[in-house]
Write a protein that binds this ligand. Structure first.
Ligand code: IVH
Length: 706
C-alpha cells in the first residue's frame, strides 16, 4: 500500500479516503482469517499496527470515517452488556398449528380475508422451523454493518461482533444488491458440534449445555466475541427486515436471491399448492428429522405471493400469512441396561436409567431420569426392558413408556435399595406435612455421606450459585479423591495447598507444568472473584433444603447481610419466638421453610462452614433496594410457559428488582401473568380469574422501560 509510508499528518484528504477504504478491506480480510477460519495470516503486532494507523487517520479526518470502519468492530467488548438496536421493521413471532384441522382453518381464514374461492390456488412455501435464536443482519451498500438479536421484537441487542464470527454471515454482499438489505434468520448449533462443545466444556470444568439451543444462545450472547468465534454457530436465512428495493415479488424468489447473495438457505425449502401437500411435506420432514443434523421443532408455511402477504398483514405480533406447524417431542426405543442410584446434596436418591446408547432426534442419549421410586413402580420398568425415551425442548430425556410386549421372560420387579449406595446409611421415605409418604427416598447419612458432601460442593460452585469457572463436577471429583476438598471453605484455601504439595496437582490434572500453571492461575482468579457473591446467590449456594433461588432472594432482601441472616436464625434456634415470627412473616416463607432452616443451623458443621467462609474473606454483597415506582412495584407476578429471550431466573430477578413479588402459582391474589410459549394450565386459570396477562414481548417492554 503506497500511502502507508507517508506520515498521517501530511496525508491529503483524497489519500486518506483511499487508504481508509484499503485498510477496511485489508483488516476485514485478516478478521475473516482469524475469526472465521482460525488461521491468521499476519502477526498480532502487524495487525495492531494496521488498526492503529486506521484509527490515526480517522482521528485526523473524522468525516471520512467509513460505515464499515474497523475501529467500530471486532474485539470491542462493551463494558456492561450489549448496546441496543431499534429494529427498522419489527421482528415477529408465529402462530402455531398442531394438526391438519388447524392448517385448514389457517387456509380458510386466508381465503376469506383475500376473498378467494375454493378453486383459486394459493402457493405456500414450506420449510423447517429451526430451533435456535433469531437474528437480524443489516447491510448498507453491501457491507455488513449491524447485527441484532430479536430482543422484544422492537429493540434487540447489538451482537454485530459476535455475528461476524459466523461462517454463514457474509461480511460483504455481491455488487448490485439493494442499498439497504436486512436479512433475518436463525442462529443454531448442529448436533455434531454440540456434542464436541459439551465434551470440551466438561474437560474445562464447565457445565455442559442442556441442549443445542441453549448452547447456541450461550455462545452467541458472549460479551467477548472471541469466545463466540470459538463456537461452531451456523445461520439459516429465511426472511428479511428493511429492504430499500425488493428483488422479487415472491417469498421463494427472495430466498433464491439470499442464496445467490451468499447466505445459507435451508435445503428443504419448497413451494406447495395446498394444505394436503403441506401436510405431506411436514410428514416427510418429521420422518427425516433426526437425520438433519440440527434441531427443528416444526415446519413454517408462508404465503408465497408478497402482495398477498401485505394485504393480509398482522394480528398482534404474528403475521396472518404464516404459521408454524409443530412436531411432537422426539422419541426413540432402546434397552434399559441398568438403574443407577444417584445421591443428591440433600440425600435424595434419584434413579437414573442407563440406556443402550440411542440417538433421540439426532442427539445421543445414554441416560434418562426415572424421577423417584414411585415412578419406577408406576412404569413397572424392569432391567433389560425395551423403553420409549423422549427428548423435548429444554427437558432432560425421560422414559415415557415400557414396551411390555417386548419383554423377554419374566424379569424381577425392580427393588429400590433400602440403603444409600454411597455410604450405606439407611434410606427412607419422609412423611410430608400432609401426612403422605414422600415419593423420594433419602439417605439418612447427612454430611458423613461422601456423596452428599460432594454434591453440596458441586452445588456451591454451580452456575446459579457461586459460579466458579474451572471448578466443575470433574475437578471436584478429582480434588475430592486427592483429599484437597471436603467443604466449601477448602475451596478458598486451595491456593495454599497448591504451594504446599504441587506434585498432587500434576497427578490430578494430567497436564504438563506450563499448562497446569495457566489453568491454576485462572482457577485461583475465579475463586478470588467468587469471594464477593450477591447475598442471594450465596444463601442459595449453602444448599439449605427448601431454599431455592426465589427464597434465597426473599431472605437476602429481608436480612440484607449474611451476618444479619445468621444471627436471626441463630436467635430463632435459641427459641426466640420473635425471630421465628419475623422469618415466617416474610411472604413466601412458610413453616416447612422455617423448620428446614432450624434443621440446617442445628447442625454445628453448617455454622462452622458459614463462619469459616467469612473468615477466609467471603463477603456476600447486599442486594440493591427494590424500586418502588415501576409499573409492577408491589404487584404479584407469575411467569409461565417458555420464555424465549430471558431465562426464568433473569425474568424473576428483573421483576423483583422492579419491586414485584414473583410467585409460582396463579391465585386470586395474582396481579399479572406473563405467558411465554406453550403456556398451559396457569394461563387458562388466569384467564378464568380475569387476571391481566402479558405476552413475553409485552413483559420485555415493561422490563426495558425502567
Ligand atoms: S419466519 C414473520 N421461518 O420461529 C415471520 N421463523 O415462533 C418471521 N423460526 O421468531 C419468522 N425457523 O425465530 C420463520 N423458517 C423459519 C423459522 C422461523 C425458526 C423462529 C423465529 C421466530 C420464531 C417464531
Amino acid at each position: 500500500m503506497k500511502w502507508r509510508s507517508i506520515s498521517v499528518e501530511v496525508l491529503t484528504s483524497a489519500q486518506a479516503a483511499e487508504e481508509l477504504k484499503a485498510l477496511a478491506s485489508e483488516i476485514a480480510g485478516h478478521d475473516v482469517a482469524y475469526y472465521q477460519n482460525d488461521d491468521p495470516n499476519i502477526s498480532d503486532a502487524n495487525y495492531d499496527a494496521l488498526r492503529l494507523r486506521n484509527q490515526a487517520i480517522e482521528e485526523r479526518f473524522p468525516d471520512l470515517k467509513r460505515a464499515d470502519s474497523p475501529s467500530d468492530k471486532v474485539g470491542v467488548t462493551p463494558e456492561s452488556g450489549f448496546g441496543k438496536i431499534q429494529h427498522a421493521v419489527p421482528m415477529l413471532s408465529l402462530g402455531n398449528a398442531f394438526n391438519v384441522q388447524d392448517l385448514e382453518d389457517f387456509d380458510t381464514r386466508i381465503r376469506r380475508f383475500l376473498s378467494l374461492d375454493e378453486a383459486e390456488t394459493i402457493s405456500y412455501t414450506s420449510e423447517p422451523k429451526i430451533d435456535g435464536l433469531s437474528a437480524s443482519l443489516r447491510y448498507e451498500k453491501g457491507i455488513f454493518v449491524k447485527g441484532a438479536t430479536r430482543g422484544d421484537g422492537q429493540v434487540g441487542e447489538d451482537i454485530t461482533e459476535n455475528l461476524k464470527t459466523l461462517k454463514d454471515v457474509p461480511l460483504t454482499l455481491p455488487a448490485g444488491v439493494p442499498d439497504i438489505v436486512e436479512i433475518r434468520g436463525e442462529v443454531y448449533m448442529a448436533h455434531e458440534d454440540f456434542e464436541i462443545l459439551n465434551r470440551q466444556q466438561t474437560e474445562k470444568g464447565r457445565k455442559p449445555f442442556a441442549n443445542p439451543r441453549n448452547a447456541a444462545a450461550g455462545s452467541l450472547r458472549q460479551l467477548d466475541a472471541r469466545i463466540t468465534a470459538d463456537r461452531p454457530l451456523k445461520f439459516f436465512a429465511y426472511t428479511w427486515g428493511e429492504m430499500s428495493d425488493m428483488p422479487s415479488d415472491t417469498q421463494s424468489g427472495m430466498i433464491t436471491c439470499f442464496d445467490k447473495w451468499g447466505f445459507t438457505v435451508n435445503q428443504d425449502f419448497k413451494v406447495l399448492k395446498d394444505v394436503a401437500a403441506l401436510n405431506d411435506h411436514w410428514r416427510d420432514i418429521e420422518e427425516r428429522r433426526s437425520l438433519l443434523g440440527y434441531d427443528i421443532d416444526g415446519m413454517v408455511y408462508k404465503i408465497d405471493r408478497l402482495d398477498w402477504q401485505s394485504r393480509l398483514g398482522f394480528v398482534s405480533r404474528a403475521p396472518r400469512w404464516a404459521i408454524a406447524h409443530k412436531f411432537p417431542a422426539e422419541k426413540a426405543i432402546t434397552k434399559l441396561l441398568d438403574i443407577d442410584i444417584q445421591v443428591g446434596r440433600t440425600g435424595a436418591l434419584t434413579p437414573v436409567a442407563k440406556l443402550k446408547k440411542v440417538t433421540v432426534g439426532g442427539v445421543e442419549v445414554s441416560n434418562a431420569t426415572l424421577h423417584n421410586a414411585h415412578e419406577i413402580k408406576r412404569l413397572d420398568v424392569r432391567l433389560n426392558d425395551f423403553v420409549v425415551v423422549q427428548r423435548a425442548g429444554d427437558v432432560i430425556p425421560q422414559i415415557v413408556e415400557v414396551l411390555i410386549e417386548k419383554r423377554e421372560g419374566e424379569p424381577q420387579e425392580y427393588q429400590f435399595p433400602d440403603n444409600c449406595p454411597a455410604c450405606g446409611a439407611q434410606a427412607f421415605h419422609e412423611i410430608r406435612a400432609d401426612g403422605e409418604q414422600d415419593a423420594v427416598k433419602r439417605c439418612s447419612g447427612g454430611l458423613s455421606c461422601p456423596a452428599q458432601a460432594k454434591e453440596r460442593l458441586k452445588h456451591f460452585v454451580s452456575r446459579s450459585a457461586l459460579d466458579i469457572d474451572g471448578l466443575g463436577d470433574k475437578q471436584i471429583d478429582e480434588f475430592w479423591a486427592y483429599d484437597l476438598l471436603r467443604t466449601p471453605v477448602d475451596i478458598f484455601n486451595l491456593h495454599q495447598k497448591a504451594d504446599e504439595a504441587p506434585e498432587i496437582w500434576l497427578y490430578t490434572s494430567g497436564k504438563n507444568k506450563g499448562q497446569l500453571k495457566d489453568s491454576l492461575t485462572k482457577l485461583f482468579l475465579a475463586i478470588e472473584k467468587a469471594k464477593k457473591p450477591d447475598l442471594d446467590r450465596f444463601l442459595f449456594a449453602l444448599g439449605i433444603r427448601q431454599v431455592g433461588e426465589t427464597t434465597a432472594r426473599l431472605l437476602a432482601r429481608r436480612y440484607k447481610t449474611l451476618e444479619g441472616f445468621r444471627d436471626a436464625v441463630l436467635s430463632m434456634c435459641e427459641g426466640h419466638e420473635a425471630s421465628k415470627e419475623e422469618l415466617a412473616s416474610i411472604d413466601g416463607v412458610g413453616n416447612t421453610m422455617v423448620e428446614s432452616l432450624l434443621t440446617f443451623f442445628a447442625e454445628p458443621h453448617n455454622l462452622d462452614i458459614i463462619n469459616g467462609l467469612i473468615n477466609v474473606g467471603v463477603a456476600p454483597v447486599s442486594l440493591p433496594e427494590a424500586e418502588n415506582n415501576t409499573p409492577i412495584s408491589g404487584k404479584i407476578v407469575v411467569f409461565t410457559g417458555t420464555l424465549a429471550r430471558m431465562t426464568r431466573a433473569e425474568a424473576k430477578a428483573r421483576a423483583e428488582k422492579m419491586g414485584a413479588k414473583v410467585s409460582g402459582s396463579v391465585s386470586e391474589k395474582t396481579d399479572i401473568l406473563v405467558a411465554g410459549e406453550s403456556a398451559g394450565s396457569k394461563l387458562k386459570k388466569a384467564e378464568e380469574l380475569g387476571i391481566e396477562t402479558l405476552t413475553e414481548d409485552e413483559w420485555l417492554e415493561i422490563a426495558a422501560s425502567t
